[in-house]
Ligand binder design. Structure first.
Ligand code: FES
Ligand code: FES
Length: 199
């Protein structure tokens, strides 16, 4: 029998085509890992966070949130843990100039970024104009929402020093006050924007 029959030729062709396809699939489906990728955890790992201009080293498991690291592993207690699920804004901090819920950011993901908490707004012992406006306008009751509102307000005024009432409401839409302080909060923000705060 002819060893190179049409049937055996097609069978061989099919086998090599499948093998080639399989090789192609493997090459396409398994992306090369980024050169710097590495696995963390499950145990603790040493990280350094840059908070309010200071480098702070600590050991955390990769599951630890930035909020937990700030409040419970370091001494930054201004950001509050209220809902711990990204709905209330009490934990708002600034990360590289953007307001974020610290309860929704892993500490390990904040490495190499500039983190600012409400404590960091105090310069040479003097509170930021936004902080003073909140105090002077009695813009708090329990105070749990206050640091988050202050961080959102600071971010707003950095971008837009003279916001309208509507822009203020929108900028603070991620912050909830469960007490009755909302009218005073809005008034305080307007006073801060208008410079109507004691020196
Ligand atoms: S504690 Fe983070 S959003 Fe409520
Ligand atoms: S002052 Fe209590 S939640 Fe706002």
């Amino acid at each position: 029998m002819n060893p190179f029959s049409r049937r055996s030729f097609l069978k061989g062709l099919g086998t090599s085509a499948i093998a080639t396809a399989a090789r192609g699939l493997r090459a396409a489906d398994v992306p090369a890992p980024p050169p710097e990728a590495h696995t963390l955890g499950p145990g603790e790992t040493e990280i350094t966070l840059h908070i309010n201009g200071q480098a702070r080293s600590l050991r955390v498991e990769p599951r630890v949130t930035l909020l937990d690291a700030l409040r419970n592993r370091l001494e930054y207690t201004a950001a509050k843990e209220v809902c711990d699920r990204g709905t209330c804004g009490a934990c708002t901090v600034s990360v590289d100039g953007r307001t974020m819920y610290a309860c929704m950011v892993l500490a390990v993901d904040a490495v190499g970024k500039n983190i600012t908490t409400t404590e960091g707004l105090v310069r040479e012992g003097k509170q930021d104009v936004v902080q003073r406006a909140f105090v002077e306008n009695d813009a708090l009751m329990c105070g749990f929402c206050t640091p988050g509102f202050i961080m959102s307000t600071r971010a707003l005024l950095d971008k837009n020093p003279h916001p309208t009432r509507a822009q203020i409401v929108k900028a603070c839409s991620g912050n909830l006050c469960r007490c009755g302080a909302q009218p005073h909060i809005l008034a305080a923000i307007e006073k801060a924007a208008n410079g109507e705060v004691s020196a």
